[in-house]
Design a binder for this molecule. Structure first.
Ligand SMILES: Cc1ncc(COP(=O)(O)O)c(C=O)c1O
Length: 370
């Protein structure tokens, strides 16, 4: 029996194409969630499916022992797309794995043992990731397994004095998605970078949700130039892939990093195709945000949070209930750690007409405050 880890949408999913998901009964849903922020380019873009098919016939799998050109090409493409100080990349299989390796390397290389996260931060389900995730239930459940960790407060510069000479690394999401779409200001991220530099701690930007143009810029790292950044989710448009991007100054020795599946040919083909499609599509993220901000008008909506295609609707009603009503109307959205924030993570390829369909349905479905 498959272990059910989430409450699934109340229908049997059959297929998906572009911004739309279809169920077994032939109903269609505009997908403003993308299976946890993964379908960045919509479902099954033709160029991606073609690339995977071609690669599958040529060389389906070999581990990093196999010296394959597509891995080097994809790495070069990703580094060039990120366009910042991060010039080395290690490929793995998920966001948590990328973060775990980033944190582990920081502990090993700095020879310090304190890690810093942020209140409201979320970084994955492996042990080091959990230790820098602000989830008191996790922390209470196995305190001995989490080393010295502390949490600063987003956009509060005075909290940065928790970062000291004992700190190996600080990890932060430029936009905290899970906890309700809270944006770190660029000014704050720059102050954080300066504080890390001052005490010799590494700064890791968790760009697992914010990267790849979802917020309108390729990576926030291109503005901040951290020591490391992590990416996953839409990186290979749904093919499992995580990446740890590192500054040239970080020396990697044999044995520091490794993965059986990481950098496999299929994931590399999917990454390469994703990065070929992205440059034309990235401008749309800002337009989608503009359209939603100006069009959504309902008394239950008090604020639109976030940037580009990573938005949170702050509501006067429980997001879970609104999500259920929207599913009945043919729209998939996401909830968050804040019971009153409904998340919208549409593909950056979504059309204006599709966005307007959602706006019309939302405004007409919730015309009253109660
Ligand atoms: C910001 C952030 N970091 C890390 C992760 C973990 O990624 P994965 O589920 O691929 O391990 C997630 C997943 O939701 C995330 O949103």
């Amino acid at each position: 029996m498959n272990v059910q880890t989430y409450t699934p949408f109340p229908f049997i999913m059959e297929s998906a194409k572009g911004s739309w998901v279809y169920d077994k009964e032939g109903n269609k849903y505009l997908d403003l969630y993308g299976g946890h922020a993964v379908s960045l380019l919509g479902h099954s873009p033709d160029a991606l499916v073609d690339a995977i098919e071609e690669q599958g016939r040529k060389l389906y799998f070999y581990s990093a022992l196999g010296n394959i050109e597509i891995r080097d090409e994809a790495a070069k493409k990703l580094i060039s797309f990120a366009n910042c100080n991060l010039k080395k990349v290690f490929f793995c299989n998920s966001g948590a794995e990328a973060n775990e390796n980033a944190l582990k390397l920081a502990l090993q290389k700095t020879k310090r043992d304190k890690l810093i996260g942020f209140k409201g931060g979320w970084h994955g389900r492996t042990l080091l990731c959990m230790s820098v995730t602000d989830d008191p239930t996790w922390h209470a459940s196995m305190p001995k397994w989490f080393g010295p960790t502390d949490f600063c407060t987003l956009n509060d510069k005075s909290s940065l004095n928790k970062i000291d000479e004992k700190t190996a690394a600080v990890i932060i999401e430029p936009i905290q998605s899970m906890s309700g779409v809270n944006v770190a200001s660029i000014d704050f991220l720059k102050a954080l970078k300066a504080r890390c530099k001052e005490v010799g701690a590494w700064l890791i930007l968790d760009e697992i949700q914010t990267g790849l143009s979802r917020t309108g810029v390729p990576f926030v790292s291109s503005i901040i130039n951290p020591d490391m950044a992590t990416s996953a989710k839409g990186l290979a448009s749904g093919y499992p892939l995580g990446a740890l991007l590192m500054s040239d100054e970080i020396e990697i020795s044999s044995g520091d990093l490794g993965s059986t599946f990481g950098g496999g040919p299929m994931a590399m083909a999917a990454l390469s195709a994703t990065l070929s499609i992205l440059p034309g599509a990235d401008k749309n993220a800002a337009l989608v945000e503009e359209e939603l901000r100006s069009g959504l008008k309902s008394p239950i909506l008090t604020e639109v949070k976030g940037k580009g295609c990573l938005l949170g609707l702050k509501l006067t009603k429980k997001a879970k209930d609104i999500q259920s009503v929207l599913i009945e109307k043919g729209f998939l959205t996401g909830t968050s750690g804040d019971p009153f924030v409904l998340r919208l993570l549409p593909p950056i390829t979504i059309s204006k007409d599709e966005v307007r369909l959602f706006i019309k349905a939302f405004n007409e479905t919730f015309p009253l405050a109660s």
